[in-house]
Design a protein around this ligand. Structure first.
Ligand SMILES: Cc1cc2nc3c(=O)[nH]c(=O)nc-3n(C[C@H](O)[C@H](O)[C@H](O)COP(=O)(O)OP(=O)(O)OC[C@H]3O[C@@H](n4cnc5c(N)ncnc54)[C@H](O)[C@@H]3O)c2cc1C
Length: 447
C-alpha cells in the first residue's frame, strides 16, 4: 500500500502527529482520532486565563532533541522558545544543594556526597560522554546492544558509593521520571549521563503542543473521539469511535497506526488475528508498565522560592513528594493589575501518586498541601492551591530487556496495523516523535 491509501491514526500525541506528517508527505489521506479536545497528548499544556503567560505544564525541549530541532527550524518556531536555567536542587532532609547539569564546578562543590564520589561521578560521566555515538535516550536500535539486563541502580552502585548514587544520579532520573532506578535498564542512566551535560533546556512560550499541531496539518482531525473498537474486515480496518457528545461513528481504512499508550493499544487490538498482531508485539504491549503522574500546582509570592528551579528529593527511598518545579508567572489581582508570582508544580512520590490518582481535586490538594514542607521546609504557608493534572499513563518504564523487545516489534511490524509511542524507548517527546516516524515508514515501505 502506498500513496492514495487512507490511514487512521489512533492518538494525536507527539507520536501520532509525527506519523501523520510522514504519511501525508507520502501522499496518504490521514484521519487522526483523538479522545481529547486538542492534540499533543501528554505533551499538551493546560491553559489558564488568570495567569500570564497562560500556560501551565510546559514540557522541556532539550537542545539535543534532533527531530524536534528540525521541526523547530522547519516551522520557524525558534522565537517560541524560552530558555530555562538548568539548575537542579537536590534535597537531603530539608537541605537543598544546587547541582547544575552543565557545570563541573557545581558538581565538584556539591556537598551532599564525598569528594571521592564527586570525582568518580565526573569520570563516569566523561566516559559515557566519549561513547555518545553509541548511546541514545530515544532510539531503541542504539540502546538494545547495551541493554545487558542490568539496572540503573546496579550500574550506579558499581561506579560510586551507595550515597554517591542516591544523591547524584538517582535524583536526576527519579526526579524527572518518577520510576525507581531499580526497575529500569542501565542504558537509560548511561544515555542520560552521556547527553545531559552542557545541554540547553527550553519550553515553548505557548506550550509544546504546537509541534503536534504543526505536524498534523493536512490530516483530517476527529477530536473528542475515543476509539473503542478496531476490526479487520475483508483486509481493511474498521474503526469505531465514540464522540463525547454523540453516537458511535464507524469508518473503514486501508490501514491503522495506533499511537496510544501501550495498554490501550493492547486492548484495541485484542481481536486482531496473530498474523496481523504477532505474539511478540502482543506481549510487548501487554507487559508495558507505567508510572502515573500527578501534577499539583500552587501559586506563591515571587521571591519566596527560587524561580525556574527543579527541586528534587535525594536518597534511596520513595519520598512523600518527589519534586517541585517553579516558573515565574504574573497573576491578575482584584484591580486588574499584574502581580509577580511563582507557579509551583509539585509531584508526589510513587506510592502517594498511585494512591491519589483518580481521587477528587479537593482530596488531592488536602493530601499534598501538608507534604510541601517535607521537600522545601520554607514553602510559603499562604500558598494558593491552583490546578491539578493527572496522567494515569505518565511514564512508561524502560525495564531491562525492553529495548530488545522494542526493536523486535519495530522491525516486524507492517501494514495493516502498526504501533508508535514513547514506550518504544523512554518517556521523552523526542522518543515519541521518532517512534511515529518509524511506524509511518513501516506502513509505507513495500517489502
Ligand atoms: C508529567 C510529565 C512531564 C513530562 N515532561 C517531559 C519533558 O519535559 N520533556 C519531554 O521531552 N518529555 C516529557 N514527558 C514525556 C512526554 O510527555 C511523552 O514521552 C510524550 O508526550 C509521549 O507521546 P506519545 O505520543 O507517545 O503518547 P501520548 O502523549 O500519551 O499520546 C497518546 C494519545 O492517544 C490518545 N488516546 C488514548 N486512547 C485513545 C483512544 N482510545 N482513542 C483515541 N485517542 C486515544 C490520548 O488522548 C493521547 O493524546 C513528560 C511526561 C509527563 C507525564
Amino acid at each position: 500500500m502506498s500513496g492514495g491509501a487512507r490511514t487512521a491514526i489512533i492518538g494525536g500525541g507527539m507520536a501520532g502527529c509525527a506519523a501523520a506528517k510522514e504519511l501525508i508527505t507520502a501522499g496518504r489521506e490521514v484521519v487522526i482520532f483523538e479522545t481529547a479536545d486538542g492534540l499533543g497528548g501528554r505533551a499538551r499544556s493546560w491553559h489558564s486565563p488568570e495567569i500570564e503567560p497562560d500556560v501551565g505544564i510546559n514540557l522541556m525541549y532539550v537542545s539535543f532533541y534532533q527531530l524536534m530541532s528540525e521541526h523547530i527550524r522547519e516551522y520557524g518556531l525558534s522565537d517560541e522558545l524560552v530558555q530555562l536555567s538548568s539548575d537542579v536542587f537536590v534535597v537531603d532532609n530539608g537541605v537543598p544543594v544546587s547541582l547544575s547539569s552543565d557545570s563541573p564546578r557545581s558538581l565538584l562543590s556539591y556537598k551532599h556526597v564525598s569528594l571521592k564520589d564527586r570525582f568518580s561521578f565526573l569520570f563516569t560521566t566523561l566516559r559515557e560522554v566519549r561513547r555518545r555515538n553509541e548511546l541514545s535516550l530515544f532510539d531503541p536500535i542504539m540502546s538494545a546492544p547495551l541493554d545487558d539486563g542490568s539496572t540503573a541502580a546496579e550500574y550506579g552502585y558499581r561506579h560510586v558509593s551507595r550515597r554517591g548514587f542516591d544523591f547524584l544520579l538517582r535524583p536526576q532520573i527519579e526526579g524527572f521520571w518518577n520510576f525507581a532506578c531499580e526497575d529500569i535498564s542501565a542504558v537509560h542512566a548511561r544515555a542520560l549521563l552521556a547527553w545531559m551535560g552542557g545541554s540547553g533546556f527550553y519550553v515553548f512560550r505557548g506550550g509544546m503542543e504546537i509541534i503536534a499541531e504543526k505536524n498534523a496539518e493536512g490530516a483530517d482531525l476527529r477530536l473528542s473521539h475515543q476509539v473503542t473498537d478496531l476490526r479487520l474486515v475483508d483486509g481493511k480496518v474498521r474503526v469505531t469511535a465514540l464522540h463525547t457528545e454523540g453516537e458511535p461513528v464507524t469508518e473503514t481504512f486501508d490501514d491503522v497506526l495506533i499511537a496510544t499508550p501501550a495498554p490501550i493499544a493492547a486492548k484495541l487490538t485484542a481481536a486482531m488475528p496473530p498474523d496481523v498482531v504477532g505474539s511478540t508485539a502482543r506481549k510487548f504491549l501487554e507487559t508495558q508498565e507505567y508510572e502515573p503522574a500527578l501534577s499539583v500546582s500552587y501559586l506563591v509570592d515571587a521571591g519566596s522560592m527560587p524561580a525556574e528551579a527543579h527541586i528534587v528529593a535525594g536518597g534511596p527511598d520513595d519520598p512523600p513528594l518527589r519534586n517541585m518545579i517553579t516558573h515565574p508567572r504574573q497573576v491578575r489581582d482584584a484591580h486588574g493589575g499584574l502581580v509577580d508570582k511563582l507557579l509551583v508544580f509539585t509531584y508526589p512520590g510513587r506510592a502517594n501518586t498511585r494512591r491519589l490518582i483518580g481521587r477528587t481535586e479537593e482530596e488531592q490538594f488536602a493530601a499534598v498541601t501538608p507534604l510541601l514542607t517535607t521537600l522545601w521546609p520554607d514553602f510559603p504557608t499562604d500558598a494558593q492551591p491552583f490546578r491539578i493534572a493527572e496522567r494515569p499513563y505518565g511514564f512508561p518504564i524502560p525495564a531491562p530487556g525492553r529495548y530488545h523487545q522494542a526493536v523486535q516489534v519495530m522491525r516486524q511490524q507492517g501494514a495493516p496495523v502498526v504501533f508508535a509511542g514513547d514506550y518504544f524507548n523512554a518517556p521523552t517527546t523526542e522518543a515519541a516523535l521518532l517512534s511515529g516516524v518509524r511506524a509511518a515508514a513501516a506502513l509505507t515501505t513495500v517489502s
